[in-house]
Design a protein around this ligand. Structure first.
Ligand SMILES: C[S@@+](CC[C@H](N)C(=O)[O-])C[C@H]1O[C@@H](n2cnc3c(N)ncnc32)[C@H](O)[C@@H]1O
Length: 528
C-alpha cells in the first residue's frame, strides 16, 4: 500500500473535526491501517460507516476526502494512496447515462449506492492490497452501510435497479423482506383482528405486504400505487404466491382514491405516507372510502428511507390534528403510524395489546434473526412473558426455550402451552440467568422483558447470556419499567458501567423506548 502523505492527513484531521465525524482513528498509517480515499460529498455517511467497521473488526480505518475531480485524477494517474476508493458520478440523469468516473473502470468496482432521488451512482473499488479492503467494501454496501447512507443529511439510499420500482424491489429483496410478516401481524391486531372483507393497501409497491396479509387472513386486497412500473412486479409476486384470485393492482394517487365512499373495510399502508405530498388530503380520502365499521392503519418504520423523505413526529402530529378527520391519531410506538377507527368499528381496534409483540418487532427489525433457537427469560408466566412468547411465535419460525425460576411455575406454563397446542414450538426449562442450564453457543436469540438484569449479579447474568449465544446471535433484555418507583430503578449509567465491566464485546445499553441490555455477538446494526 502506498502511504498517505502527512499533508493530506492534516487536512483530513481538521476537516473531520469540523464536520464532526466520529471515531475514525486518524493515525499515521501502518501496514494494518486500511485507508479510504473518497469524494468529499460522501464524507458524512462514510465517516460513520468506517467508524462502525473499525469498532466491529478492530481494523483501523482512515478516511481521506478530496474533491471528486482530485479523486478521479488520483485514480487515473495511479496516485490513489488508498485501499478503497469511492466517488459519486457527476451528471444528472438515469444511472445508465452516467459518464463513467475513473474508479468505475477499476477491476472489482461496483455501484454501492445511488443518491436518491437524482440517481447519481456512488462507485467504489478496492485499489490497495489490504486484506480487509474487500470486506470493508462489502460492509459499505451492506445493511449497516445502507442505514448510514439513508441517514445522511444528503439523503442517499442504497439500491440497484433501472427504475424506482426495480430499485425498490432490490430494497425488499436485500433489506426489508423479513419485516413483512410482523408488519402484517401488527396491522391485523391494530385493525381489531381483521380476517375478512375488502382491504386497500395504499402505495402497495411490489405486493409483499398484500401477500403477507392474504396469507394470514381471508381478506380481498386491492393494492394501489401511483407508479405503473410496480404493476408487473406486483402481479408476478402475487401470482407466484398463488393469490391472484384475492389480490389485484390499481394504479392511482393516494390523494385522490379511485374508490366509492364507504366501500373499504380496512385501509392499510406501509412505508408510503411520507412520500405523499399532501398527507392531510390522503387522510381525508381514506376517511371517505372507509366504512363506518372500518379501521385504517398507515405508516412505517422508515428505517431505510432517505433523510429528506422522512417527516418529524411533530410535523406529522400537526397534520393529523388539522386534517379534519376527527378519529385520526398518531402512534409513535415502533415506527410512525396514523390510525383511523370508524365510529362503528370493533372495540378490539381500540384495545390493542401490542407491548410484548413490539419487542419481537424491534428484535427482528434490528437483527434480522427470525430462525433458529431462542431462549426466553421468564421471571413468571404472566401476561408479559406470554405476550413475549406469542410475539416470537407469530413473527418468526424460531423454536423457543422458556427459562422459568422453579418447577412449579414451569409446570403451570407447560400446561398452558400444551392446551394451546404449542409443545412443538415451546419447551420449558428451570434455572436462572446467573447459571443458564445450556452449553455455550446454543441460542440464536436471548430475550427477556422485566427487571431481569436490573438488580443482583447482573454482570454474571450478562456474561451468561453472552456465553449461551451462538456466534451471529443477539440478545435483547429489558423493559420500559413505567410503573416502577424511581428508587427501584437502576440508572442507565450504572447499567453501562456493569456492561463495561463484563469486558464483553458488542454489549450496549439502549435507552430507546425503555432501558435495554443489547448484546450482539458478531451481529451488527442492520442485522445478520
Ligand atoms: C417505500 S415504497 C413501499 C411499498 C410497499 N408499501 C411496501 O412496503 O413494500 C412506497 C410506495 O409508495 C408509492 N407512492 C408514492 N407516492 C404515492 C401516491 N401519492 N399515491 C400512491 N402511491 C404512492 C410508491 O410508488 C412506492 O411504491
Amino acid at each position: 500500500m502506498i502511504s498517505l502523505n502527512k499533508m493530506a492527513l492534516c487536512v483530513l484531521v481538521v476537516g473531520t473535526f469540523l464536520l464532526g465525524l466520529p471515531h475514525v482513528t486518524m493515525a499515521e498509517p501502518t501496514d494494518e491501517v486500511c485507508t479510504i480515499l473518497a469524494d468529499v460529498r460522501l464524507a458524512d455517511p462514510l465517516g460513520k460507516i468506517a467508524a462502525e467497521f473499525q469498532f466491529r473488526t478492530g481494523t483501523t480505518v482512515t478516511l481521506e476526502t478530496r474533491k471528486a475531480k482530485e479523486v478521479e485524477a488520483a485514480v487515473q494517474t495511479k496516485q490513489a494512496a488508498a485501499d478503497v476508493v469511492l466517488i459519486m458520478a457527476e451528471r444528472p440523469g438515469r444511472a445508465e447515462d452516467y459518464v463513467s468516473p475513473a474508479v468505475e473502470k477499476l477491476s472489482g468496482a461496483k455501484a454501492v449506492a445511488w443518491k436518491y432521488p437524482t440517481g447519481q451512482p456512488v462507485w467504489a473499488a478496492v485499489v490497495g492490497d489490504h486484506p480487509a479492503a474487500k470486506k470493508l467494501l462489502e460492509f459499505i454496501g451492506g445493511p449497516t452501510g445502507h442505514l448510514r447512507w439513508s441517514q445522511s443529511p444528503d439523503g442517499f439510499t442504497m439500491t440497484t435497479g433501472r427504475t424506482h420500482a426495480e430499485a425498490f424491489k432490490w430494497v425488499v429483496d436485500n433489506r426489508v423482506g423479513h419485516t413483512y410478516t410482523m408488519t402484517a401481524s401488527r396491522m391485523i391486531r391494530e385493525c381489531g383482528g381483521m380476517k375478512t372483507g375488502l382491504c386497500i393497501d395504499i402505495g402497495c409497491g411490489t405486493g409483499n405486504l398484500a401477500v403477507e396479509l392474504a396469507g394470514q387472513t381471508e381478506l380481498t386486497i386491492v393494492g394501489l400505487d401511483i407508479d405503473a412500473d410496480m404493476k408487473p412486479l406486483f402481479d408476478k409476486h402475487v401470482a407466484e404466491k398463488g393469490f391472484s384470485d384475492r389480490i389485484r393492482f390499481v394504479e392511482g394517487d393516494a390523494q385522490d382514491l379511485p374508490f366509492d365512499d364507504d366501500s373499504a373495510d380496512y385501509i392499510i399502508s406501509r412505508g408510503t405516507l411520507t412520500f405523499i405530498p399532501d398527507i392531510g388530503k390522503c387522510l381525508r380520502e381514506v376517511d371517505r372510502v372507509l366504512k363506518p365499521t372500518g379501521v385504517a392503519f398507515l405508516g412505517g418504520r422508515y428505517l431505510y428511507t432517505p433523510q429528506p423523505d422522512k417527516i418529524s413526529d411533530e410535523k406529522l402530529a400537526k397534520i393529523v390534528a388539522e386534517c379534519g378527520v376527527k378519529s385520526a391519531k398518531l402512534i409513535t410506538d415502533r415506527g410512525q403510524w396514523v390510525k383511523i377507527v370508524g365510529a362503528e368499528a370493533p372495540q378490539a381496534a381500540n384495545q390493542v395489546a401490542v407491548g410484548p409483540h413490539l419487542l419481537s418487532h424491534r428484535f427482528i427489525a434490528d437483527t434480522r434473526i427470525t430462525t433458529g433457537e431462542a431462549l426466553v427469560l421468564c421471571r413468571s408466566d404472566g401476561g408479559l412473558e406470554q405476550g413475549l412468547q406469542q410475539g416470537f411465535l407469530e413473527n418468526t419460525s424460531m423454536k423457543l426455550t422458556a427459562l422459568y425460576p422453579n418447577e412449579e411455575v414451569a409446570a403451570e406454563a407447560r400446561k398452558r402451552i400444551a392446551a394451546a397446542g404449542l409443545t412443538g414450538r415451546v419447551k420449558c426449562i428451570v434455572g436462572n440467568v446467573y447459571g443458564i442450564p445450556a452449553t455455550p453457543e446454543t441460542y440464536d436469540a436471548v430475550l427477556g422483558v422485566g427487571p431481569i438484569l436490573l438488580w443482583g449479579e447482573r454482570e454474571k447474568g450478562m456474561k451468561e447470556i453472552h456465553r449461551v449465544l451462538k456466534q451471529g446471535g443477539a440478545a435483547l433484555v429489558g423493559g420500559r419499567f413505567l410503573g416502577m418507583p424511581d428508587w427501584r430503578k437502576t440508572p442507565s449509567a450504572v447499567l453501562r458501567a456493569s456492561a463495561k465491566a463484563t469486558g464483553l464485546p458488542g454489549i450496549t445499553i439502549s435507552d430507546d423506548m425503555g432501558q435495554w441490555v443489547v448484546i450482539r455477538k458478531g451481529v451488527g446494526e442492520g442485522g445478520r
